[in-house]
Design a protein around this ligand. Structure first.
Ligand SMILES: *[C@@H]1O[C@H](CO)[C@@H](O)[C@H](O)[C@H]1NC(C)=O
Ligand SMILES: *[C@@H]1O[C@H](CO)[C@@H](O)[C@H](O)[C@H]1NC(C)=O
Ligand SMILES: *[C@@H]1O[C@H](CO)[C@@H](O)[C@H](O)[C@H]1NC(C)=O
Ligand SMILES: *[C@@H]1O[C@H](CO)[C@@H](O)[C@H](O)[C@H]1NC(C)=O
Ligand SMILES: *[C@@H]1O[C@H](CO)[C@@H](O)[C@H](O)[C@H]1NC(C)=O
Ligand SMILES: *[C@@H]1O[C@H](CO)[C@@H](O)[C@H](O)[C@H]1NC(C)=O
Ligand SMILES: CC(=O)N[C@H]1CO[C@H](CO)[C@@H](O)[C@@H]1O
Length: 620
């Protein structure tokens, strides 16, 4: 046997039989004659290669249909991937005491007999990726006491039965991704007491097999990908105290997390990506105080609310790529003193204010590309830090104003021109002091509109100094056009209301004085008599309508006028018909003679004449 160096790779050959000279890896060295025996060299079975690394035997891509015979017993690492092996028979590898890694990936194995892995006491890694396994018979991995990595991904396994992995006491990593799992039996993972990493990808599971998972007390990393789940019920991960990394990816129907979804977990990294979450599941997250990495990318999330994440004290990275983010509120990341990476590329953000961060000094990496950024004074902080921040190779670009559309941040010179990144202070239109008097029970509306760049937001403050916003419910509320409406005004509603228009450049406000006049209702026979609405002594842009519950005078008048219209029209139609009918009856007799039988002459009036039993009527 010759052992020689060929392009950095040791190749061993048996020179005596030309048919067995099967490889000259780099075609540069030709072997001639002589016998040189090196102590550690292996004898290679037909079709296999010995590697320069001691104990390695490479039999991949050799069209083998069975496990080759004559594998040297000293072999530690046997690569049988990319062959056509279909069956693994009992004791197939039983002579290979020293085997540490066995790669059977990309074969067509559909059947493994129990005992196939007998005697492989030292085996640490077993790869069965991309085969045709449909089932893992109980006991098939018996004896693999030192196995730490098992890869059975990309098979056709439909169920994991009870005790399927029970002998694998030292298994650390189980990759079962990309099978067609529809069911995981309750005790399927029993015995996997050392398992640290589990991947279940591309399964047809409709719920997370939480009972099976509860046997995995040492699990650290759990990955789910492409499940058909639509919720994560409470206590799903109960008992997984050591779990630190949880990834749930591509669950398009997952739109709901309950507050206790992650109960019992102490995660440092959580990804819920490619699902259907429409808001940050803050309630489910807030107890994860050791969380450092949070990825909610590819969910239709629209807002990062103020201080929502402030319980996640150790958060360092937040990713929300490809969502529907329209705003990141000021103070969104307040309190997160370790926060250093924000990845919000490909959203619909128009701005990102400095005040969103606890301290921008700690921010190292920012992905803001793919957003329609409005380059005004709110982004000035960012353009000033553009050299210190890492944009991960993707420069943010301006979408507005028009003059700088498409311009990347790096293309702005360090000394900005005076009109770049500027704002215009907000200003209230038609600003003047107003005094409004309204009768108790009436409804009054105030309008207030502001201009500025960026467009100011309008806020209202009541006489009691409470802020009235779109969430305020009750008689006093904000209208869609940002006006203020006070329905059924009461005496205590009176006072000074103020409207403030504010934007990043400043704010402007106006006050409106409201006075509510009381009235004394008079009750007659349970009928409320209302004093009529009087014209109000002002003519500003406040619109006013008087309404009484349940019918206001306006409605009553409309109803009455509609009623009389109906009445008169029906009456006229009747007359019309009568007229037509009478015309249709031909000649009209204008005289009629009516005969009647006279009463017997009364005693009181004996003079009454019988001749009077006839009279003539005239028709007009
Ligand atoms: C799993 O789901 C895929 C696609 O959703 C489907 O084609 C396949 O038949 C399913 N397998 C089983 C076993 O249900
Ligand atoms: C995602 O959620 C929206 C409503 O929140 C719903 O209309 C849509 O059908 C959901 N998508 C899927 C794939 O379930
Ligand atoms: C949670 O995890 C962190 C970091 O891994 C660890 O320091 C802490 O002790 C854990 N807390 C509990 C209650 O397990
Ligand atoms: C931001 O997210 C995208 C998409 O997930 C990823 O490709 C990119 O590496 C991330 N950038 C950083 C700095 O983490
Ligand atoms: C308006 O501006 C002043 C100072 O410019 C600030 O103190 C106040 O908080 C602002 N009010 C609002 C509602 O933004
Ligand atoms: C009243 O408001 C309308 C728009 O709602 C506006 O066109 C008009 O100029 C305003 N009039 C006064 C007097 O403020
Ligand atoms: C039921 C009731 O109180 N009916 C009274 C309505 O008012 C008239 C006079 O206005 C009284 O005579 C009725 O008794």
């Amino acid at each position: 046997i010759y052992v020689f160096q060929g392009g950095g790779k040791m190749v061993c050959m048996e020179s005596l039989d030309p048919k067995r000279v099967w490889t000259i890896q780099y075609g540069t060295i030709l072997l001639t004659a002589g016998v040189l025996l090196l102590g550690s060299a292996l004898s290679c079975p037909i079709k296999c290669e010995c590697s320069n690394r001691e104990g390695f035997l490479l039999c991949d891509h050799k069209r083998l249909t069975t496990v080759p015979t004559g594998v040297p017993p000293e072999t530690k690492n046997l690569d049988l991937s990319n062959n056509r092996i279909k069956n693994l028979n009992p004791d197939e590898f039983s002579s290979l005491w020293h085997l540490e890694e066995l790669d059977l990936s990309e074969n067509i194995i559909s059947n493994i007999e129990p005992g196939a892995f007998n005697n492989l006491l030292n085996l640490q890694t077993l790869k069965l990726r991309r085969n045709k396994l449909r089932i893992i018979p109980a006991g098939v991995f018996a004896g693999l006491l030192n196995l730490t990595i098992l890869d059975i991904s990309e098979n056709e396994i439909v169920v994991f039965l009870d005790h399927a992995f029970k002998d694998l006491l030292n298994l650390r990593t189980l990759d079962a991704g990309d099978n067609q799992l529809v069911f995981v039996s309750r005790q399927a993972f029993r015995g996997l007491q050392s398992l640290q990493q589990l991947t279940l990808e591309k399964c047809n599971l409709t719920n997370i097999p939480s009972e099976a998972l509860s046997y995995l007390q040492n699990l650290v990393i759990l990955r789910f990908k492409r499940l058909n789940i639509n919720s994560v019920p409470r206590n799903t991960f109960k008992g997984l105290d050591r779990l630190r990394i949880l990834e749930i990816d591509q669950c398009p129907s997952l739109d709901n997390l309950v507050p206790n979804s992650f109960f019992g977990l102490n995660l440092t990294s959580l990804s819920i990506t490619g699902c259907n979450l429409s808001s940050i599941p803050f309630e489910s997250l807030k107890h994860l105080v050791y969380l450092q990495y949070l990825d909610l990318s590819y969910n239709p999330i629209t807002v990062v609310h103020e201080k929502m994440l402030s319980d996640l004290l150790r958060l360092q990275e937040f990713h929300l790529v490809g969502g529907k983010l329209v705003s990141i509120a000021p103070s969104a990341f307040k309190g997160l003193s370790s926060f250093r990476l924000l990845n919000v590329s490909s959203n619909i953000l128009r701005t990102l204010e400095e005040s969103a961060f606890h301290s921008v000094g700690n921010l190292e990496t920012l992905r803001l590309d793919g957003n329609p950024l409005a380059c005004d004074c709110r982004l000035l902080w960012l353009i000033r830090r553009k050299r210190r921040l890492n944009f991960d190779g993707q420069q943010p670009a301006c979408a507005t104003p028009l003059e700088v559309q498409g311009k990347q941040f790096k293309d702005f010179s360090d000394v900005l021109s005076p009109k770049d990144f500027t704002c215009e202070k907000s200003r209230i239109l038609n600003k003047r002091y107003q005094r409004v008097i309204v009768k108790e029970g009436n409804t009054v509306t105030f309008t207030c509109s502001g201009v500025g760049n960026p467009t100011p937001t309008i806020s209202w403050v009541s006489p009691k100094q409470t802020i009235i916003n779109s969430n305020t419910k009750g008689r006093i509320r904000i209208l869609p056009d940002e006006g203020l409406e006070i329905r059924y005004a009461q005496i205590q509603d009176g006072g000074t209301y103020s409207c403030t228009a504010s934007n990043a450049a400043g704010n402007d406000s106006v006050s409106i004085q409201l006075e509510v006049k009381g009235y004394t209702p008079v009750y007659i026979n349970r009928t409320l008599q209302l004093s009529p609405a009087q014209p109000t002594p002002y003519s500003t842009n406040t619109s006013m309508s008087s309404r009484f519950f349940p019918l206001d005078t306006m409605t009553l008048m409309i109803a009455m006028s509609m009623g009389s219209v109906c009445f008169f029209s029906s009456v006229s139609i009747c007359f019309f018909f009568i007229f037509c009918l009478s015309r249709g009856k031909g000649n009209i007799k204008h005289n009629a003679q009516i005969e009647f039988v006279p009463r017997p002459p009364s005693i009181n009036n004996p003079a009454e004449n019988v001749e009077d039993a006839k009279f003539t009527m005239k028709l007009i």
